[in-house]
Design a protein around this ligand. Sequence first.
Ligand code: ZN
Length: 252
Amino acid sequence: MTVKKLFFLPAGYCYLDQSAVNRNLTPGSLVKMPIWTFLLETTDGPILIDTGMPDSFINNPDYYKGTGREGRVVPAMTENDSILAILKRAGYRADDIQLLISSHLHLDHAGGNGHFRNTPILIQRAEYDAAISNDDYSPQECRIPDLKYQIISGDYEVAPGISIFSTPGHSPGHQSVLVTTETSGPILLTIDVSYTRENFENEIPFLSSDPELSAKSIKRMQELIKAVRPSAVFFGHDEVQAKKCRVFPNFS
Ligand SMILES: [Zn+2]
């Protein structure tokens, strides 16, 4: 199998309290967070990485009203940001996707997983276990027990050009993906190892289920960068980086 193209697919925005993005800041102001999904076109068909926010967020900034997250998490999602609409623009339906790599089961990354009933979903054991047993994960969208989970533990090579690295910390079973296409050098999708470049390079702590593990995973990714010299390193929710990103229909 060869990876022909990697597409960066924007999937709307979510506003998050600045103290979640930078633990050194006091709560009270919101930061704009771009949401992403990634599509790989391979000789064995399309592979998707993450599914963005759930359809219940569409035109619903008040989703968290009356909960502990009110005023701290404010989705900014339209119909166009639904994973099905995103795939449609790329010429695919959910059932066309051969494999879904789920970085972790938070609502801004796995919100659309429920649309993929017939697709194997690659997820870390630690993440699956955490999500199933923890009410912090959304029951309707991120704790769906009867999907076709393909559960792994630790690093995993999906195919030549697609390597998964176990990077827990932000969530218990978070994973990052290193992609090399026919025409690109290695591209490191750190996903939420770091929300922003600042988190990654300057040891600015951010939202994490285990800050110590998070710091270890950042170090691990920094070592990987030294070893493989990627042509690009992409962070989970960096608005500055997002503005410069060449998105679909451009590809790497
Ligand atoms: Zn995220």
